[in-house]
Design a protein around this ligand. Structure first.
Ligand SMILES: [Fe+2]
Length: 296
């Protein structure tokens, strides 16, 4: 068993002014719980970490992930019968089989995952970088009145993009991180459909602004992969987006750590706004269905 004193020194190199660091000096296949404690601290500081030249086997990948919590299966992706928490995803450039919209993973669920750990198995011939954004910063750089307004709102998220529009959840628009205590913006273009307390038109306008703002390049890091590199990110305070500009096959392996329920800083002051149902937009009907289901 290692102790804090004899753990190997880590080399940490920041990759942008907003988030992201490359970490060397640790073989993840040999990581012990004390290493996981150090990586949790680094993750709280940098939000996404990259570990080049790891080349984990599927079982090593799973074992590393379990140092951070219980792993979950992915309801929208096929599973390996022997390893239900492990996914290998193949995509071919231009085929659209990747998440090329900004998102936090599975915010359509009541408890979105808290962390993802991904390994690049096969790089495409060109392109296919991934970008992440810092959602603490997206919140912090809003004006004081906009912050106060957003803190009183919640939003409906669904899996429409995965052909499962009935998978829905409502989350606060600004959430408080359970570990750092910091507030972050929590709406994304891939899953978020409707601000619950606003009318349809008001929601469209505000969500249009917030989802564009969340992806501001000033809050971002862009990472160019090499094969065998592992990335881990905090899904509670970041968004990510794969650049669908690549040619050739791109293969990744991933595990995700089970989630928690996003919490607002305080009780939300307003009721859901459902009076505009006569306008009968798809999202109005969907919101009403969700609220009726919850009441029942
Ligand atoms: Fe994702």
């Amino acid at each position: 068993m290692s102790t804090a004193e004899n753990l190997p020194a880590l080399e940490v190199r920041r990759l942008s002014g907003s988030l992201g660091a490359e970490v060397r000096g640790l073989s993840l296949s040999k990581a012990v719980p004390e290493d996981a404690d150090r990586l949790r601290e680094l993750l709280a500081e940098h939000l996404v970490l990259f570990f080049p030249e790891q080349n984990l086997t599927p079982d090593e990948h799973i074992a590393f992930g379990r140092l951070f919590g219980t792993l979950e299966s992915h309801p929208n992706l096929s599973t390996d019968a022997e390893r239900p928490e492990f996914f290998e995803l193949h995509a071919t450039g231009g085929a659209g089989a990747i998440a090329d919209e900004w998102h936090s993973d599975l915010t359509c669920q009541t408890q979105p995952s808290v962390m993802a750990i991904l390994q690049m198995r096969k790089c495409p011939e060109v392109g296919g970088d991934t970008m992440w954004t810092n959602q603490y910063k997206a919140y912090e750089e809003l004006s004081p009145p906009m912050k106060a307004f957003c803190e009183g709102l919640s939003a409906l998220h669904d899996a429409h993009a995965h052909d499962k529009p009935e998978t829905m959840a409502i989350h606060p628009v600004v959430r408080v991180h359970p570990v750092t205590g910091k507030r972050s913006l929590f709406v994304n273009e891939h899953f978020t459909r409707r601000i619950v307390e606003l009318s349809h038109d008001e929601s469209e306008a505000l969500l249009g602004f917030l989802t564009r703002w969340a992806g501001n390049p000033r809050f971002a890091v862009r990472y160019r992969w090499t094969e065998g590199t592992v990335a881990m990110w905090d899904n509670r305070c970041t968004q990510h987006c794969v650049l669908n500009d690549f040619e050739g096959e791109r293969v990744i392996q991933r595990v995700t750590v089970m989630g928690d329920e996003p919490r607002a800083a305080a009780e939300l002051p307003w009721e859901p706004y459902v009076k505009s149902l006569s306008a009968a937009s798809r999202h109005d009907r969907q919101l009403k269905r969700f609220l009726d289901g919850r009441a029942g």
